[in-house]
Design a protein around this ligand. Structure first.
Ligand code: B12
Length: 345
C-alpha cells in the first residue's frame, strides 16, 4: 500500500474527527439492531463514547504509523476486556463496518478504500482474536508478586513497607525488585481490572499505596555523586499513568541527576516553554497507552523543528509500555534513545 496515501487518510480522518465520532455515536445509540441493543444493555452509555473515541484514535495511529498491527493489538485488548463483560464480540466488527460507512459521508471515496482494507484485516483476524481473548487469562507464576499485588489492592501499607524494608537496602536492590516484583504486581492489578474483578478505585488504591511507600523507601537510600546533568520527565499529554515517571524521578535523583518532573497532562506548548526556561540536558517522554503514540511523535517533531528551544542540544528519549512490541522505537520516533529499564540511562 502506498505510504503517502496512508498519511493522506490520516489527515482526512483527523480533519473530520468530530463529525465522524458524533455521527457514529448517534447511529449506535439509535440502532434498532438486536445485537446493538443487547450490547447497550451491558455497556453503559458513557462507555460507548469512550469505545468510539479510542476506536477512532487507534485507527488514526494505524494510519499515522502505517501499521495495521497497532490497531489489531488494540482490538485484542478490547476483545479481552469485553469478553469478560460477556459482550457479543461481533459487535466490534459491526462497529468497524459502521465506522467505514460513516467515513464515506465525510472523506473521499479513494481514501475510504484504505479504511475498508483495515476493516477487512480485522474481519480476517476476528475469529482468531476472539479465541485468543477467551483463553488468554493472566496467570502469575510469581507468588511473591501476587501477594504483593493483593496487599496493594487492599491498601496494606504495613505489608508493603515491611516487604521493602526486608529486601531493599541500596538502589541496586531496589531496581531488582522494581523490574520483577513491582512490575509483575502492577501487571497483575491491570489484568484483574481487565477481567472485571477489581474496580478502577482499587487500581487507584494500589497505585497510591505503592507510591506512598516507595517515596519514603527511596528517600532513605544512599545518594550517588552529583552528575551535573538535568533530566526532564513528562508523561504523554492525555495520560493519567504517572507512577512510572514519579519513580524514575526519585531514582534518578538518587543516582545524582538533577530531575524535573512535569508530571501528567502537560500540553505541548507548556512543555516547550518549560524547556526554554530550564534548558535541561535530557527530556524523556513516558507513554503507557498505544493511543498516545501520535501525541508523542507530534511533540518530538515540534521540539525538533523549533530551533529556538533546541540550542543546548537537548537529548530526547522515550520510555513506557506503549513502545513495547515496537522494533527499534527510537528509529520510529526519531529520538536519541529508548529506555526499557530505569538503569539504562
Ligand atoms: C495504575 C494503572 C492506572 C491508574 C494510573 C494512576 C497513576 N497515577 O499512574 C489509573 C486508574 C488512573 C489508570 C487509568 C487508565 N488505565 Co491504566 N493501568 C494501571 C496499571 C494497573 C499499572 C500501571 C503502573 O503504574 N505500573 C507501574 C509502573 C511503575 O510501570 P509502567 O507504567 O508499566 O512502566 C514501566 C515501563 O513501561 C517503564 N517506564 C514507563 N515510563 C518510564 C519512564 C522512564 C524514564 C523509564 C526509565 C521507564 C519508564 O518503566 C516501568 C517498569 O518497567 C496498568 C497495568 C499494567 N500492565 O501496567 C493499567 C493499564 C496500563 N491501564 C490501562 C487502561 C486501559 C487504562 C484506562 C484507559 C482505563 C482504566 N483502567 O480506567 C485509563 C486511562 C486513562 C488515561 N487517559 O490515561 C491498560 C492499557 C491497555 C492498553 N494496552 O492500552 C492497562 C495495561 C490495564 C489492562 N491490563 O488493561 N490506570
Amino acid at each position: 500500500m502506498n505510504i503517502n496515501k496512508r498519511k493522506k487518510v490520516y489527515e482526512a480522518l483527523k480533519r473530520h474527527s468530530f463529525e465522524i465520532t458524533m455521527d457514529l455515536e448517534e447511529q449506535i445509540r439509535n440502532s434498532k439492531l438486536p445485537m446493538i441493543k443487547d450490547t447497550l444493555h451491558i455497556i453503559h452509555e458513557s462507555e460507548i463514547h469512550y469505545i468510539i473515541k479510542y476506536h477512532f484514535k487507534m485507527i488514526l495511529v494505524a494510519f499515522y504509523f502505517e501499521k495495521a498491527t497497532f490497531f489489531l493489538e488494540y482490538q485484542l485488548w478490547l476483545y479481552r476486556v469485553y469478553f469478560f463483560k460477556e459482550v457479543n464480540l461481533d459487535f466490534f466488527i459491526f462497529l468497524n463496518r459502521l465506522f467505514e460507512e460513516v467515513c464515506k459521508k465525510y472523506i473521499l471515496k479513494k481514501d475510504c478504500l484504505e479504511i475498508e482494507s483495515l476493516s477487512n484485516e480485522l474481519e480476517n483476524e476476528h475469529e482468531n482474536l476472539k479465541k485468543e481473548a477467551s483463553y488468554k487469562r493472566y496467570i502469575l507464576e510469581d507468588t511473591q508478586a501476587e501477594d504483593f499485588a493483593k496487599n496493594l489492592i487492599i491498601g496494606n501499607n504495613h505489608y508493603i513497607t515491611d516487604f521493602f524494608n526486608k529486601k531493599v537496602s541500596n538502589i541496586n536492590e531496589f531496581l531488582e525488585i522494581y523490574n520483577t516484583t513491582i512490575s509483575n504486581a502492577m501487571k497483575y492489578v491491570g489484568f484483574k481490572w481487565e477481567a472485571n474483578e477489581i474496580s478502577v478505585a482499587k487500581e487507584h488504591i494500589a497505585t497510591n499505596t505503592l507510591e506512598e511507600v516507595i517515596l519514603s523507601i527511596i528517600e532513605n537510600l544512599k545518594e550517588s555523586e552529583d552528575k551535573d546533568k538535568h533530566i526532564f520527565l513528562t508523561a504523554a499529554p492525555h495520560e493519567y499513568h504517572g507512577l512510572a515517571i514519579k519513580i524514575a524521578a526519585l531514582v534518578y535523583r538518587k543516582l545524582g541527576y538533577k530531575v524535573t518532573s512535569l508530571g501528567t497532562s502537560m500540553p505541548t506548548k507548556e512543555i516547550k516553554k518549560a524547556i526554554m526556561e530550564f534548558k535541561p540536558d535530557y527530556i524523556i517522554f513516558s507513554a503507557t497507552l498505544k493511543a498516545s503514540l501520535i501525541d508523542i511523535a507530534l511533540i518530538i517533531d515540534e521540539i525538533k523543528k523549533d530551533k529556538k528551544i533546541f540550542p543546548q542540544n537537548l537529548v530526547i528519549g522515550i520510555a513506557g509500555a506503549a513502545f513495547e512490541n515496537i522494533i527499534n522505537p527510537s528509529k520510529l520516533f526519531k529520538t536519541d534513545f529508548y529506555l526499557n529499564k530505569l538503569e539504562e540511562i
